[in-house]
Ligand binder design. Structure first.
Ligand SMILES: [Zn+2]
Length: 445
């Protein structure tokens, strides 16, 4: 115990996952403590377990000095992880009536062009970082725009709040408006400067971010590969196999590639630190290539429904050995809430051969996301030494939810009802490194 910085002892019902519970849920994959304790020192988890058990193991001095937080009757889980989201697009959520390629041209590109204004970029980043906390999301993999200052704006907003985030400048050198176009050389220069400025600074990490194959030339995809070689531990985020029109376009743009996944493979962009949004229409062969490379997929169910992109078969991807996280994909996604996103994931999975079970859904929104983003050495669950990011949820946040919960027979039913009927109104508090960052609808600054 550090006498100058006493620990924090949190009492609540606690759920966290050690690994994927699988299609037939394996109870050894998670821990649940109805009367649980989380003991935190210096922002890190020291102990997690039943209240009596944790107290018995804690020296008297540490117990006497600890700050005590009482969230009894509430559910405490690791901070939610949003594996794919575009902060500049929060202002076009719910834009009516178009599929992917038209939506990009008519809604997305104008919204991203507006962030040429650095003040608007800062205001957008502030809004987004604040809303992450309001939704209980403590980590996200975030697309900025093509403007380097849009990345600075987001990392500044995240750094002030000590969020653990990935972000990168979108690279696009063709098939987009002139105002959003960079070049392979410009992308190299700007990304290198951003990497030097931000990557590995506190909890911030840089993700090389080519938007998707149609908007980057082969030369620019090569630059993305070279960037990944230029610094250790860089991440990569992009899009893959979202919409049938997009797939046909990729075939005409890259006639020498076997399939969409092969475009990224040929440019050295399939690697363990990579995550691709969507993967709705992948063949068995593509899934096998992804699994072998270690690259992950971000399942974006509300976005896929909203743009009519198709039903991603998450169970099939997991069975193929692909790491999978869950993602809002705002602005095509219709909510930043990972509870709403879990509900959408369940509903999409009902249109596939195997529905996702409640345990797996909670895993995907927490530890699964950490594994997909390769951040699981720091976050995702409450094993000893992990950074103590967590969200406290109210089972009774709305009359409908409270009534349903009162009539559930067991924990699996309650967890499922909470994700199906819950949203940000359920978030009682969001804690970053043990500290309250958002409480009762207010940000703590
Ligand atoms: Zn996206």
């Amino acid at each position: 115990m550090n006498p100058h910085n006493p620990g924090t002892l949190v009492r609540a019902s606690i759920l966290h996952f050690l690994r994927d519970p699988g299609p037939e849920p394996d109870p050894s994959a998670w821990q649940y403590f109805e009367d649980g304790a989380l003991y935190i020192e210096d922002g890190r988890v020291r102990r997690c377990g039943g209240w009596d058990e944790v107290l018995a193991a804690l020296p008297d001095m540490a117990q006497a000095a600890a700050r005590y937080l009482d969230y009894r009757g509430k559910l405490l889980v690791p901070g939610f992880i949003d594996c794919h989201v575009h902060y500049p697009q929060a202002r076009i959520m719910g834009a009516y009536g178009r599929q992917l390629l038209d939506w990009l041209a008519h809604d997305t590109f104008p919204a991203e062009m507006a962030l040429a204004d650095a003040d608007l970029a800062r205001a957008s980043a502030e809004h987004f970082a604040q809303r992450m906390l309001a939704h209980g999301t403590t980590t996200a993999s975030v697309f900025a725009t093509v403007h380097a200052h849009s990345v600075d704006a987001f990392f500044e907003a995240a750094q002030r709040r000590q969020l653990r985030v990935l972000c990168g400048k979108v690279m696009m050198d063709r098939n987009c408006p002139e105002a959003l176009r960079d070049s392979p050389e410009q992308a190299w220069e700007e990304c290198r400067a951003l990497i030097d400025r931000w990557h590995g600074k506190e909890r911030l990490r840089y993700a090389v971010t080519p938007r998707f194959a149609p908007t980057s030339s082969a030369a620019q995809l090569d630059v993305a590969g070279r960037l990944l070689e230029s610094a250790p531990d860089l991440h990569l985020q992009s899009h893959l196999s979202e919409n049938p029109g997009e797939l046909a376009w990729v075939r005409t743009l890259f006639p020498d590639c076997r399939d969409y996944t092969d475009v990224y493979r040929q440019h050295g962009l399939l690697r363990p630190s990579a995550i691709y949004g969507h993967g709705v229409h992948l063949s068995e062969g593509e899934l096998a290539v992804l699994a072998q490379s270690g690259a992950a997929l971000a399942f974006c169910p509300s976005s896929n429904r909203f743009l009519g992109s198709g039903h991603m078969d998450a169970s099939r991807a997991l069975a193929a050995g692909v790491r999978l996280g869950l993602a809002s994909d705002v602005g095509a996604g219709t909510s930043l809430s990972m509870l709403r996103t879990m509900a959408a994931a369940y509903e999409v999975s009902m249109a596939t051969p195997l529905a996702l079970n409640p345990w797996r859904l909670w895993y995907l929104a927490t530890q699964g996301g950490a594994e997909a983003l390769r951040l699981d050495e720091w976050i995702g669950n409450f094993t000893e030494g992990k950074e103590a990011d967590f969200v406290v949820l109210d089972w009774q946040a709305t009359p409908d939810l409270a009534w349903r919960i009162a009539h559930c027979d067991d924990l699996a039913e309650r967890l499922f009802a909470l994700l199906m009927l819950g949203d940000e109104r359920c978030v009682v508090a969001t804690h970053i490194l043990g500290q309250a960052a958002f409480v009762s609808g207010q940000e703590r600054r």
